[in-house]
Ligand binder design. Sequence first.
Ligand code: ZN
Ligand code: FE
Length: 255
Amino acid sequence: MAYELITIPCLSDNYAYLLRCGTTGEVAVIDVPEAGPILAALESRGWTPTQVWLTHHHYDHVDGLPDLLTAYPAQVVGAQADAHRLPPLDLAVAEGDTVTLGNLTAEVIDVSGHTIGHIAFHVPAAKCAFTADSLMALGCGRLFEGTPAQMWDSMQKMLKWPDDTTICSGHEYTASNAKFALTVDPGNAALISRASEITAARAKGEPTVPSQLSTERATNPFLRPADPGIRATLGMPTASDADVFAEIRKRKDNF
Ligand code: ZN
Ligand code: FE
């Protein structure tokens, strides 16, 4: 399946994305932190977006929408559960729904935790998923509204995706996430080498997002509460995965 995926840095540390069906040329914009860089990315390619997919209502994911819609009157897709505080939606979706972009199909899943009603879009044919502030590179979003158990439930849904899924998350937080990850998983060789790659990439001003799910599985502590090394570090050898996840999240909040 032909497709193109473009990452667009926005604001100080946000990312927006463009996904284009290579067969029909239809384009979706995923999250709109600000319009300027997104309009520039569209114009330089001569692309006209027909859809905007919103992951959650926070300003740093929606504030550029009015200016984008002035330039391109696209269909706005977002969560039914978040509709009361999202910009006006043309299509309100919930877990289990699909969104069609040309020959590509996105599966909507509820990944509540950071906010209630945060959704992710998984596009199997393009081997990518838009996770914003749920699953992030070496991290997960802060729990502003949901419980740790809810976020762990969301993480488990994302763990079901194939290893070669490109995780398109919402922020360049990876360097600080790596520093924290090393405190709970200090013996993880894959994490140690990823952390040095991240340091090198950031020193050159290169993005560390998106990332591969296989890499997250091996190194992201928020996907690894069952890991014996992490459990030994936390002194929680027999706790439930949900409780270990909650402890990791609590430590990150206080890091
Ligand atoms: Zn957010
Ligand atoms: Fe955000």
